[in-house]
Design a protein around this ligand. Structure first.
Ligand code: HXC
Length: 520
């Protein structure tokens, strides 16, 4: 064997060892917890043969606590580039078999290199997180590493899509990198996110809580909203990420890819002509409405289990990726509360940052009132959604299905917030408030003065009918040009696709500023 061949053999051997990370025993331990290794995860995520690894031979530089005696090539994270469905992505996958995936300074340098390259060439970053947090032996160096990552998360925000998948522990300050990214997905039962674990919680607050109760996938995808998605398994997580990417552009200078469809743009949906119940207090299925409008009925929901009184997610309309925001009359009557406002605001801002047009389907009775909401700052949180719609410059099409009352009417992408094309169904009620409330305010004294209960009820009914005739329809708004048209519900798909076609060339600038001051 020549010297050169010898060297090549040594390279191959070294690669083989590096690929084993912390070694066979630790890989087995990882599998026994129902978790895959970093490389197995990447193999599932990326197109076959597309992965090109960076920095396989990087090692940590720590000498504390005898760390200088143990070096593993790659140092706890696998990084590089590959493709998903033929589109370039940058990835990092923390390797729990190496020091529990804990973050060293060199490991952060590997992650930062991937993030910097992704911004340079304009492609998404997907991080697979499975880590015991800052590498304790490295002290402040590990914290500096997190700081470097956070700064890049911030600078990349709105430039390239950033996606975090939590596939194991994610604790301490480490949770803030996922929180800074656009979407976080957690795997049910094998991942958790919290600032401090159950033991510290017990000693500080006395509260007895399990890891799962404190920061499992269920908690964060339904109660806190920290996670946008939860997955039943790692395979499910990867397939959800691939689906999500199919709706996104590579960066903020591009548009999302068109998805050819055999679903005709002119398809009507007769069912929509009878979907609104006669009783205004009765709910109906908003998911059914969305499915009957979008291409092939395919709707990819974000935050499915959080603030379910509003629905947000992606679909294609005439092949074009579109963000959908819809009030859900089936949950809390579709009222806007703190969580619904936060959820929708974040989604609207993401779509706007990445050139994804917005379709808003309105059926909203107003904002939720009461001390709980006021003390929780419904004013500031509601303003977030107002702000998000008002600043968004992507094409915005709004369809009002039924109720659109008061402040909530304005917030839900009304004309004055630069809604481009606003339609209403004949069942729409666009008014300051519903008849019940309005009659109470306008005729309260008159009704109070009437002592005969029958006459009182009749009077209330008459006043309600007068109010309904005047305001509870879309024509006041149509007469004043606040909506473009009153449309037949069955034609909604056709009309919104045509509207987005017309708006495809929309260009709108915001006034020059350093940055905005979104009500946080
Ligand atoms: C160094 C670590 C480590 C860490 C785990 N390991 N976390 N090494 N620094 N932070 C090592 C363990 O010593 C062990 O090494 C191996 O990884 C596997 O860990 P186990 O404990 O055996 O695994 P498991 O039982 O599954 O428990 C996982 C764990 C636990 C829950 C994550 O290891 C743990 O509690 N780790 C500490 C978590 C933590 O408090 N991190 C700091 C958070 S504060 P051997 O050699 O024995 O296999 C933070 C600040 C960030 O991150 C600030 C950013 C601004």
């Amino acid at each position: 064997m020549s010297i050169q061949e010898d060297k090549i053999k040594a390279l191959v051997e070294r690669r083989k060892t590096a690929k084993l990370g912390g070694g066979e025993k630790r890989i087995e331990a990882q599998h026994s917890k129902g978790k895959l290794t970093a490389r197995e995860r990447l193999a599932m995520l990326l197109d076959e043969g597309s992965f090109e690894e960076f920095d396989m031979f990087v090692q940590h530089r720590c000498t504390n606590f005898g760390m200088d005696a143990s070096h593993i090539d790659g140092d706890g994270v696998v990084t590089g580039q590959g493709t998903i469905g033929g589109r370039l992505v940058f990835v990092f996958a923390q390797d729990f078999t190496v020091n529990g995936g804990s973050l060293s300074k060199t490991m952060s340098e590997k992650i930062c290199k991937v993030m910097d390259t992704a911004v340079k060439v304009g492609a998404p970053v997907i991080g697979l997180n499975d880590s015991g947090g800052a590498r304790i032996q490295e002290g402040i160096d590990a914290l500096a590493g997190y700081g470097e990552i956070f700064e890049r998360n911030i600078l990349s925000s709105g430039v390239i899509p950033q996606i975090s998948v939590i596939m194991g522990p994610c604790a301490g300050g480490a949770v803030y990198s996922p929180a800074l990214t656009d979407f976080t997905l957690m795997v049910d039962k094998t991942s958790y996110m919290f600032l401090t674990g159950p033991t510290v919680v017990k000693s500080v607050t006395g509260e007895d809580v399990t890891q799962e109760e404190l920061g499992g996938a269920f908690v964060h995808s339904s109660k806190s909203g920290v996670a946008h998605f939860s997955a039943d398994s790692e395979e499910d997580a990867i397939s959800k990420i691939k689906k999500l990417l199919s709706f996104l552009p590579q960066n903020n200078m591009e548009e999302a890819p068109l998805l050819p469809t055999s679903d005709p743009a002119g398809r009507t949906a007769d069912y929509l002509n009878s979907v609104i119940p006669d009783n205004p207090n009765k709910a109906y299925d908003m998911y059914g409405v969305i499915a009957s409008i979008v291409d092939d009925g395919d709707f990819f929901e974000v935050h499915r289990n959080f603030a379910r009184n509003i629905i947000v997610g992606f679909a294609h309309l005439g092949g074009r990726s579109t963000g959908i925001v819809a009030n859900q009359p089936g949950v809390l009557a579709g009222v806007l509360d703190i969580n619904a406002s936060r959820k929708a605001a974040r989604f609207v801002r993401f779509c706007d940052a990445f050139n994804i047009p917005l379709l808003t389907l309105v059926d909203v009775p107003g904002f939720l009132c009461g001390t709980q909401q006021e003390y929780g700052a419904i004013i500031t949180n509601g303003a977030k959604l107002l702000y998000a719609y008002g600043e968004a410059t992507v094409p915005k099409v709004t369809v009002t299905l039924r109720k659109s009352y008061g402040g909530a009417h304005i917030v839900m992408s009304c004309k004055q917030l630069r809604g481009d094309i606003n339609y209403a169904w004949p069942s729409a009620n666009i008014a300051v408030m519903g008849a019940e409330g309005a009659v109470g305010v306008l005729y309260g004294k008159e009704l109070k003065a009437e002592t005969d209960p029958e006459k009182k009820a009749a009077l209330a009914e008459t006043r309600k009918n007068e109010y309904n005739d005047l305001f509870c329809n879309p024509y006041q708004a149509a007469q004043k040009g606040y909506i473009e048209d009153v449309i037949e519900p069955r034609n909604t798909r056709f009309r919104v696709i045509r509207a987005f076609d017309v708006l495809a060339g929309k260009r709108q600038e915001l006034p020059a500023k350093k940055h905005d001051n979104l009500p946080l």
